[in-house]
Design a protein. Structure first.
Length: 336
């Protein structure tokens, strides 16, 4: 976009290296040139002479590329976020400072430092007033000294002058004016001197009051420090006692719960022992029943087998198999 537009009939432009400025050469003609052009239209033999061309510098603003726009947007976004963070930090700092100032003002008011500062400011104010009054008194004293020196000079001139002359009358008039000025300055000097004395007495009383306030504030701070130390020690003892009582209560509770758990474990162990004994008895009873069943089955099998054998064998095999019993039946045992 052009920063300004220049209407011209003929021009050519060149860009300077490494910049956004373009040199536009405009052909401008003066009024004589216009008249020459009109004359040339009437008389073709005449040749028009143009005026020297002028150069003007015009800035051409090109639209930024797409990447530049994105970078600008990102920079604007990051700048806004950083400004927001900076504002938040500033607000937090201001809040912390205000809280610190409030705490300091409360401490000053509580300890009596405000009264001490007020007394010190009063001393400084009276001291400044006293310095001003002393400067004024010295200035007036200097004026009185000059007036008296002038009075001495007039007296010397009067001694030299002759009565009846115009110079003598003028010296008398000057002497009257100087005496009036001296009287006025003496009154002012007395007033300033009285004011200086009053200010000095006020300064003395203000200094005494300031010292009393400082001693009172120091005593208050000392007493409150002692009271705070005692209260802190008492609170520490109470807190330690409460902590000990709480820990002791927890220990007793843990101990009671542990005793109950041990009792329950003993009961569970007894029950488990009883169950183990019951299981052993049941196992033994089952084993005994199994053995008895096996014996019964074995006996039944033997009886069945013997019954089968009896059913198949004869008297000869029977006697042969039970020969011992037959022998004992007929020949009893003599050892009895």
């Amino acid at each position: 976009m052009l920063s300004r537009r220049i209407p011209c009939n003929g021009f050519h432009w060149n860009r300077t290296a490494g910049s956004s400025y373009y040199i536009i050469q405009n052909l401008r003609f003066s009024s004589t040139g216009d008249r020459n052009r009109t004359g040339t239209a009437q008389d073709p033999s005449q040749h028009q002479q143009p005026q020297p061309s002028s150069y003007e510098y015009i800035t051409l603003e090109q639209p930024p590329p797409e990447s530049s726009r994105h970078q600008a947007q990102r920079s604007a976004t990051s700048g806004s976020s950083s400004s927001t963070v900076a504002l938040r930090r500033i607000s937090l700092l201001d809040l912390a400072k205000s809280k610190l100032y409030e705490a300091q003002s409360f401490y000053d008011e509580f300890s009596g430092m405000n009264e001490v500062k007020a007394a010190q400011n009063k001393v400084i104010e009276i001291q400044n007033q006293l310095q001003l009054v002393q400067e004024r008194r010295r200035h007036i004293l200097l004026e009185l000294t000059l007036i008296r020196k002038q009075m001495q000079d007039i007296h010397v001139e009067l001694q030299k002058a002759v009565r009846g002359e115009h110079r003598y009358v003028e010296l008398i008039r000057e002497e009257f004016d100087v005496i009036a000025r001296e009287r006025e300055k003496n009154q002012i000097f007395q007033i300033v001197d009285q004011e200086e004395r009053e200010l000095f007495s006020h300064l003395t009383s203000a200094v005494k009051t300031s010292h009393e306030k400082e001693r009172t504030q120091a005593n208050n701070v000392k007493y409150w420090s002692i009271i705070g130390s005692c209260v802190g020690a008492l609170l520490g003892i109470v807190a330690t006692s409460i902590n000990y009582y709480y820990r002791n209560t927890q220990f007793e509770a843990i101990k009671a719960s542990t005793g109950e758990g041990i009792t329950r474990l003993v009961q569970v162990d007894g029950k488990l022992t009883e169950l183990g004994l019951s299981l052993d008895y049941i196992k033994e009873y089952v084993e005994m029943r199994r053995l008895e069943d096996e014996k019964e089955r074995f006996r039944a099998a033997r009886e069945a087998e013997s019954a089968q054998i009896r059913a198949r064998e004869g008297w000869g095999s029977y006697l042969w198999r039970n020969s011992v019993r037959v022998y004992r039946f007929f020949i009893p045992n003599m050892n009895k």
